[in-house]
Design a binder for this molecule. Structure first.
Ligand code: K7E
Ligand code: CUA
Length: 662
């Protein structure tokens, strides 16, 4: 009974926005149902559970203050999720066709997907998305664009946040896989695609005996044209790196703006071959106690590229490794042991590296690195790259636990590191630059919060900006095991929302969210009020690919028509509740069909579909949108086209016949 009263009191306190720690009695909220406490007791909820429920519940019609963009891993997509409710708002089709959005089934999505084809035309119809990155202005998310990489095929995608649609996919002409992307520079001048498993540049053939001499890492600096909303490949360049399997990267900011940092995890240059008596990859790549943090001066690299000190390979400008060394663009410093994450602190002063097989995170000082470079006299690695000794670059090492991977930051001077092997989130304090008078200042573990289970990345609200928000971090757990109902042997991942609003050791898990559609690797969380997407397209006839009115759009039902020119049939269709005009289209087998469809709707959420049976065609026509499909009417017969969105009471009647005369 005492417990029930306590819970009721807690509900009352929380419901009126008071801190639960307040000691004076607070009157119960007027009208609060008395059976709320009974319900909590019946369900066996602890006060912490009630706190969690109240802090994540979003009443109908109320909107989340944050929006999270999650990579979709091997689904190839991006997911949009509200925080703190953790409600899925949208899947954004990126590298994989998505019929709901009519992406890859005849409309303009086909061309965007084709941008990611291999040069010989081989179609790649899936991707492995890892790191979404929001565009930034002065180191702050500006809510305009989202970029994401495809690790499987070394591709980059650009999503326009005016309509949350993919606008561009580019295939890296010289790399066959990537990982350390997409990471933007603080003004989104470049979107950086870091490498991963080395291969010969341009994916030429070479045997593994030639690994050290022919295999290379390759980091790509894609120039972003904000006005066009596209990467400009002709203004982009690459830097050749040793074949060390570069991993996670992050751009410097504020004091370290102009620099870029990437881990690596195979300085052993292991080439596997356990079948030939060689150490297997997982042993061969973890032999050394340290690998190399790559320290790259990208602003200077851009100047070297402008000065033409490059080789053109497959149409892409490549700064050769020797040039990078000669021009002082590239430095290394040792990092323990099998590093994964490299994360720059909000002020840009430090780079935090998590070594998967080391219980510490290592904190590097940007100022110390610059001083060591300035002082000169550095030894080099086997390729001639100058190496800053660890003690000349390191600021601190903080013992956190087993398997530190990634680190994010908040507004209170805390850092949060994911501990994969410990299944925990470590909160620790960021110290300042070393000060004799205060040698123990900062760099202290504060709390280890268990999470379920095997956390990979971690993300914080506005976490990769120069001014993180605090409030929430999200643990991206690889395994969920027993957290949800059994749905068979392939389990969802588990996103856990962690409340970090209190200082000290008061972090709490407040929500478990199953992600049952692939393995998300990373997310970014932006304030919802920074996003200003269209409610409907701004003009009738809007082409989302060009983000302008389509020349083949029509603005009224009267303009709908069919024209025949030889064996080409061109159709201008009007689409508005609950009718396609024309609704009868007759062609001859073998005719070439060009079909423009314009939604004349201006009402929010009045979306229509266009499914053409037997031809693998499906469009989503959002209010105001124009799409064009083009195909040969190879199959003769009587086909229907119909609307796939339940748009009105007469939605089932929204259809037409497409008759193909043999
Ligand atoms: Cu899964 Cu950033 Cu690709 Cu770590 S990555 S966990
Ligand atoms: Cu239009 Cu259903």
């Amino acid at each position: 009974m005492k417990r029930i009263i306590f819970i009721l009191g807690l509900i009352a306190l929380l419901a009126i926005g008071c801190s639960g720690k307040k000691e004076t009695a607070t009157p119960a909220v007027e009208g609060l149902p008395q059976d709320a406490a009974a319900l909590a007791a019946e369900r066996g909820l602890t006060p912490d559970d009630v706190y969690a429920a109240l802090s994540t519940y979003m009443p109908s019609g109320k909107l989340d203050p944050y929006i999270m963009f999650s990579s979709g891993g091997q689904s190839g997509q991006v997911y949009v999720i509200g925080v703190p409710s953790m409600r899925i708002l949208k899947a954004i089709a990126v590298f994989t066709p998505e019929s709901w959005q009519g992406y890859g089934f005849g409309g303009s999505g086909d061309e965007i997907l084709a941008g990611g084809n291999m040069p010989d035309g081989t179609e790649l119809t899936w991707g492995d998305t890892h790191h979404p990155n929001l565009s930034e202005t002065n180191g702050e998310y500006d809510g305009q664009f989202l970029f994401i990489n495809d690790k499987a095929n070394a591709r980059l995608a650009v999503i326009d946040l005016r309509d949350f649609e993919t606008k561009q996919i580019i295939k890296n002409p010289n790399a066959i896989n990537d990982h350390g992307g997409a990471f933007v520079t603080p003004n989104t001048d470049y979107v950086i695609e870091g490498p991963q498993y080395a291969s010969p540049i341009g994916w030429e053939y070479a045997t593994l005996d030639e690994y050290q001499e022919k295999y290379r890492g390759l980091i790509t600096f894609w120039k972003f044209d904000r006005v066009a909303g596209r990467v400009d490949e002709s203004q982009s360049f690459q830097i050749e790196l040793p074949p060390y399997w570069q991993d996670l990267c992050d751009a410097g900011k504020a004091v370290s703006d102009g620099w870029f940092f990437c881990n690596s995890f195979n300085t052993e240059m292991a080439t596997g071959g356990v079948e030939n008596g060689e150490p297997p990859f997982e042993a061969g790549t973890t032999k050394n106690d340290t690998d190399y943090l790559h320290i790259i001066n990208w602003k200077k690299a851009a100047e070297v590229y402008q000065a033409g000190k490059v080789d053109m390979i497959n149409g892409m400008a490549v700064i050769r490794l020797q040039t990078a060394i000669d021009e002082n663009l590239l430095y290394f410093t040792p990092e323990p042991k099998s590093p994964h994450g490299a994360d720059v602190t909000p002020g840009g002063e430090f780079i935090v590296v998590g070594g998967k097989l080391d219980p510490h995170v290592t904190v590097y000082s940007f100022a110390k690195m610059m001083a060591a470079i300035e002082a000169g006299g550095l030894e080099t690695d086997v390729y001639g790259v100058p190496v800053i000794p660890l003690d000349k670059a390191m600021e601190a090492q903080v013992e956190l636990g087993l398997g530190p991977l990634h680190t994010v930051f908040d507004d209170k001077g805390y850092a949060y590191t994911s501990l994969f092997l410990d299944s925990a989130v470590a909160r620790w304090t960021l110290g300042g630059p070393y000060d004799d008078k205060n040698p123990e200042d900062g760099w202290t573990l504060v709390q280890k919060l268990p999470v379920q289970y095997n956390i990979g990345h971690i993300a914080a609200a506005e976490g990769d900006t120069t001014s993180p928000d605090g409030g929430y971090v999200v643990a991206l757990n690889k395994w969920s095991i027993d957290r949800f109902a059994n749905v068979g042997p392939l389990l969802p991942q588990n996103f856990q929302l962690v409340d970090i609003s209190q200082t000290g050791d008061q972090m709490k898990v407040i929500y478990d969210m199953p992600m049952g559609m692939a393995e998300p690797h990373y997310v970014q969380i932006i304030k919802a009020d920074k996003l200003h997407p269209f409610e409907v397209y701004p003009e009738i006839g809007w082409n989302p690919e060009t983000m302008s009115v389509d020349p083949n759009a029509i603005t009224s039902v009267e303009d709908a028509r069919i024209e025949r020119n030889g064996t080409t049939v061109e159709i201008w269709s009007a689409v508005i509740r609950s009718h396609y005009t024309p609704e009868l289209v007759e062609v001859n087998a073998g005719d070439h069909v060009i079909w423009h469809l314009t939604s004349l709707e201006t009402t929010r959420d009045a979306t229509h579909g266009f499914a053409l049976s037997g031809y693998n065609i499906n469009l989503s026509l959002e209010p105001g949108e124009t799409q064009t499909i083009e195909f040969d009417a190879k199959l003769s017969g009587s086909f229907t086209f119909y609307c796939t969105e339940f748009c009105s009471a007469l939605h089932l009647e929204m259809l037409g016949y497409f008759l193909v005369k043999p």
